[in-house]
Write a protein that binds this ligand. Sequence first.
Ligand SMILES: NC(=O)c1ccc[n+]([C@@H]2O[C@H](COP(=O)([O-])OP(=O)(O)OC[C@H]3O[C@@H](n4cnc5c(N)ncnc54)[C@H](O)[C@@H]3O)[C@@H](O)[C@H]2O)c1
Length: 341
Amino acid sequence: MEGTPKRARWYQSSVASSLRVLVTGGAGYIGSHTARLLAEEGFSPFVLDDLGRGHREAARFGQLIVGDVGDAALVARVVRDHRIEAAVHFAAFAYVGESVRDPGLYWTNNTVKSLALVDALVGAGVRDVVFSSTCATYGDPRSLPLREDHPQAPVNAYGASKLAVEHILRSYGVAHGLRWMALRYFNAAGAHPDGTMGERHDPETHLVPLAIEAALGRARPLEIFGTDYDTPDGTALRDYVHVLDLADAHVRALRHLAQGGASGALNLGTGRGHSVREIVSAVEGVVGKPVPHTFGPRRAGDPPALVADPTNARTTLGWTPQYTDLRAIIETAARWHRRGA
Ligand SMILES: NC(=O)c1ccc[n+]([C@@H]2O[C@H](COP(=O)([O-])OP(=O)(O)OC[C@H]3O[C@@H](n4cnc5c(N)ncnc54)[C@H](O)[C@@H]3O)[C@@H](O)[C@H]2O)c1
């Protein structure tokens, strides 16, 4: 931080590492890996999750408080009782298809409840919030790779419900001094390399777990949507970023804010796109079995390619993904699935 004397910087950095952090959605996939990393890095995580779509056993890093993020009185009490100093807000619904069928669910759970949460946090004196945003806030890319200044024009209620929260954070920053970071993840993938925790959604809609489960004979054949995209092999390209790299970015974002860094939005992706066919063949290589699959038409609202420009996350947070090899990402996921996830 420019202009900060050395001693003050050391002091701030050690204070940042011992923060008491509220982790909403910490019983879910990315939240549980982040709570674990926070605990390993010397922070004190407190998980707030209603367990509606999460798993009690995943929330084993820091105290679990079972409750709704939209319950402002509960949030205020948790902040007071546990002397919470910062929040990482993962709790949300995250199925694009469901958001198209039932947008009210998404506006309520993702936007209205986030507003209640942010308001309660600010009211209780919490100033630093790191928020799970998404590349779905961009909509159909006009140029690739996607930079943070690409227009945000979401094409489904999920993306729109998340974009609205970015606006809430920005306006609370202006009005109330909230310091915030919106981390726009691309496709989260992989699992903790020790094999004890990983991705578990019900229903599962993500490609990597679906392909692995199909290869293991525990799910129906993988359906590949669209083979006529303008991409090298005709299937859609996505940017797969490892869950531990995402967790690391959150730790860095908390330190950045605690040290007085600027608020803003950052892309989290590797900068490389992989096609559906590439994922299938990588899964086959790792699992050692074919992935039974069928081909279907394109799904409405699925862009041909979504690839991040992660330059700003590197320059702002010093973040560089450690998992750059697709096979290595899939190996961690396969280890988790083989255990019977
Ligand atoms: N998985 C991805 O590829 C991806 C990509 C971009 C953004 N995101 C965002 O990252 C976040 C985490 O995603 P994930 O894949 O870990 O999801 P997840 O479903 O595994 O975890 C979400 C958790 O939030 C909890 N939750 C939901 N609504 C709640 C509420 N009102 N009160 C309390 N708890 C509530 C659920 O019980 C669950 O444990 C979400 O905000 C999602 O939109 C995920």
